[in-house]
Design a protein. Structure first.
Lengths: 321, 321
């Protein structure tokens, strides 16, 4: 009999990561495809399905379940992608139905932050903790809460959105419609924007100079002791410590795992962040909350998708026996 | 054979509520004792124990477990009261051991906000919801999270402290040691203090007038269309909507139940609060989150203590069978 495997699909704006693992957790195959957005969702998923079929054939394995991570907003119950920012053509697209029809196995969908959080919890920096808050700081700021190995979904399956907690009442208007969200200050885009605004106001930089500024160049400038960049960075840390600190005060997780592009700053981010959070969180022994960098990089999503599939298999067995 | 019952003990700064219920949930006896603080914890608990013995004798019932709610800080694992503000003599007092020695049944301790939240979840305004955030606005602001019928404790058993989330960075110093906590603006004490400060700055009120101001008198003045009181109240609502809104964005509970003395303002509080929260929470369908007044009043704590006892009985059975 063929060895049973689960498949993980992590759909991103530029790449799609695929992987197969045995039920014991052994990785037997992995692939990456470009997200050729202009092909549209049907043909992209056709390519995904064909790749999985090839991987199954090559490894002589039998598929038992599929997990999918996809950028939000999504409808988990109905298995739909609801026009994610990076995939604007995927309007109410029946992601789960399309895949399920092809493979006839249980197929579970969750959003990319939740999938990445699950990945870090079971394979990465979150291993061994009971409850975990995951925060991803990249273009925007996403988040997820894992309680004893399960995603805490909550109403609308949208819990954990630390990026849209208000840290500066009456602050800048966020794309989400409210004012002063953490994302308006500390996301990659906002860090770059604040640096541009400060430089534009203070001296004669050209538009070209300003256009080149990203969160990454701000981090590089901090490393070179640039004063303006340091001020922007200090403010970033300050408000991250309010938002993440508030989440710790509320949820009291054993670990906060920080991923996303901005987390690549490493200890330049984490050391002052731990210090500021220590001042903001007073109701619990903060030394018992580990604040760590995510360890799986771009692998977290597909790892989490595999866990989603594995949890679907487990659920199936519980319902049968 | 005598009918089996559980006992609930709710220890407060001024009163102690006791109740017995059958395992089926029928209330068979209840009492209230004054918390005669000057007697010290040993003699107070002796009175509590004797009252429970009398209630058991009067009803001809047999005790199977005890739940205790006590103001924090407490040590749940070791069953200690750690000098609560209202009970300053209870320094590392072995509450669970003292009661357990007397009755020889499983005895569970939790803090008063967690107990009150459990009470509202199973007997009160929180019935029928999956996950619930409980917020109590009285002298201070406490909170608790109930997930599928269980208290979410987290690190240090201190999750849910919405009163100590920061809603105004660099704001007023809180007793907890950080700045700009929700409690520094919206607790009963803070509402009264802000009213006093505003009036003292604006006109010739006497010290006596100012000393009479409480959160309750502010609410009464709002009802009488007092402009200053309305301004204080609006600001209270604004920051409650930031703190509670942030908690909703993070936890996405099906219900927020608001108790404590300030919640007695009823719709004067809840109506504008729902409106402001609606503006602040954008990542989930806020119309699916019920924001309601607690319905048990001072009974919530003892109801929750009974649930703690009932959960201890259930756990015992699970371990045996």
């Amino acid at each position: 009999m063929n060895k049973q495997v689960v498949a993980g699909i992590d759909i991103g704006g530029t790449k799609i990561a695929l992987a197969l693992e045995t039920l014991a957790g052994e990785r037997v195959a992995a692939r990456r495809l470009p997200t050729t957005v202009e092909l549209g969702p049907e043909r992209i998923l056709e390519n995904v399905a064909r790749s999985i079929e090839e991987m199954l054939a090559e490894t002589g394995t039998k598929l038992t379940a599929i997990g999918i991570g996809c950028p939000g907003p999504i409808d988990i119950e109905r298995g739909l992608a609801l026009s994610p920012t990076n995939l604007p053509e995927w309007i109410d697209f029946p992601l789960v139905e399309t895949i399920k029809k092809r493979f006839c196995v249980p197929t579970v969908l969750d959003n990319d932050a939740n999938a990445a959080a699950l990945g870090e919890y079971f394979y990465g920096a979150g291993r061994g903790f009971r409850d975990m808050l995951y925060v991803t700081i990249s273009t925007g700021i996403g988040g997820a809460i894992i309680c004893e190995g399960n995603i805490h979904h909550g109403v609308g399956a949208s819990a954990g959105e630390v990026g849209h907690t208000i840290v500066k009442p009456d602050g800048r208007l966020c794309l989400c419609g409210t004012k002063g969200c953490l994302e308006t200050i500390a996301s990659g885009l906002s860090i770059a924007r604040r640096m541009r605004e400060t430089l534009a106001a203070s001296n004669g930089k050209t538009t070209e100079d300003l256009d080149r500024i990203t969160a990454e160049t701000v981090v590089e400038a901090v490393k070179k002791a640039d004063e303006t960049a340091q001020k922007i960075w200090d403010e970033t840390i300050k408000f991250l410590a309010v938002g993440i600190g508030n989440a710790i005060t509320l949820i009291a997780p054993e670990a906060v795992i920080i991923g996303g592009g901005v987390s690549e700053a490493g200890e330049l981010l984490l050391k002052p962040l731990r210090c500021e959070i220590g001042k903001n969180v007073t109701m619990l022994p903060i030394e018992k909350v580990e604040i760590l960098k995510a360890s799986l990089g771009s692998e977290s999503g597909v790892c989490g998708a595999l866990i989603l599939a594995r949890q679907a298999v487990k659920k199936m067995h519980e319902n049968v026996y």
